[in-house]
Design a protein around this ligand. Sequence first.
Ligand SMILES: Nc1ncnc2c1ncn2[C@@H]1O[C@H](COP(=O)(O)OP(=O)(O)O)[C@@H](O)[C@H]1O
Ligand SMILES: [Mg+2]
Length: 438
Amino acid sequence: MALPVNSSVGYYFSLPPLPLLIVSSFSLVLLFGMAYRQSGFFIAFKRLATERLAVVNEWLQNIRILRILGWTELFEEKIFERRRLETVNRLSMVTNGSAMSAFAQVAPSIISITGIATVVFSQRTVSPGEIFALLWVLSIFLSRPIRSLPFNLVMLLDGLSSCRRLQSLFALPTEARTLLQSEKDSSGLALDVEGLHLSLDGVTLIENLDLKLKKGEFVAIIGEVGAGKSLLLDSLLREAPATFKSYRIDGAEALDQSLDQLRAHFAFAPQEGFIMSSSLRDNVVFEYGASHSHDEAVRESLSLAAFSMDSTAVTAGLDTEIGERGVNLSGGQKQRVSLARAHYSQRDIVLLDDCLSAVDVDTERLLLDYLIEGAWAGKTRLLVTHRLSVLPRVDRVLVMRDGKFILEGTYDHLMQTSAEFRDLTSSMLEKKEVALED
Ligand SMILES: Nc1ncnc2c1ncn2[C@@H]1O[C@H](COP(=O)(O)OP(=O)(O)O)[C@@H](O)[C@H]1O
Ligand SMILES: [Mg+2]
């Protein structure tokens, strides 16, 4: 609006039109440019805040696991990095905003001065009335539209970006449709992973790995220390930053699911067994101040996990405080509490990271008979183990080395066909004998 009015003002007063046209166009282009930049900062401001909130939420929800895995610092660094980016963006936004507002304030005066200067230099005689009319049009009539122009423009662009965000939200498929798709899936696979790849600090630890587990299948993974077995389980739980060509759980796309949705499919017993400093009951229910109403299920879970309530350490039954501030459990007892927790959670897929390593042979047999092959007979089970005695009992053995599966098959088949497997199992046996002699 300012541009045609300014030019017509020059024309009306029979002034050379060029100076007013140039100064007005220059001011407008500059204000448009600044407004456009400002709306960019606004959009980045919202995006960065959303991203930071997502990371903070993830951090809060998983703080226990992050602490066990020693990942708190990594996550905190991620949060600080977001804050740093936000601060930089905020500074640019304030600087650009101040410059824009200052220029919008002085632009009408610059245009008025140009008008007067044009009158003076054109040496045209003008009456005081004409001068008054010229100044009135340039500095009063046009000043408010010019001053508010960049702010209106920023709001318009901001509104457009909000519309786009809403549009992308409305375009998301509904939960119901996702469920229907998974119901149609008849592959019978509980886990279907293709092209799992994990690098940490530039080192490739798991390379292009495929893993398919049928529903209800019991699969063991064996391999040397450092082969990547624990990282594989962490990757399935999306604890480790692995990438996937595809990852489906029960036929549904796993990468589209939130961390909570994805982890709701899994029970997980970590290698060292995890104990929180609270009562035995809280540890099985995995909730501080868990209600007594579940005690029957808690006792059943502990019993299936071969955790003896008659032990002298367990003085106050399920109320016995364990963990840092209570009774210090042995490694094997911790593992059994983790197994009881895994049973209590009633999840479909159970990931067990060498959770039999600290129990004796008799307990191992009890755990396999009553829990892993008993109560969990219908569940999909993936067990990392160093125990040779387990292998004949599983449906399939996977041998892992340097982040890859190098052998796969039933125990009998591998024993008959693979010299490498026979060597590996006999070395497992030797290590166990050495350990027993120690
Ligand atoms: N957070 C990490 N950062 C870098 N390397 C790691 C990390 N965690 C494990 N590793 C390395 O990855 C390899 C596999 O580890 P892991 O999965 O724990 O082996 P396994 O459970 O088979 O004994 C090891 O060489 C280990 O040093
Ligand atoms: Mg491990």
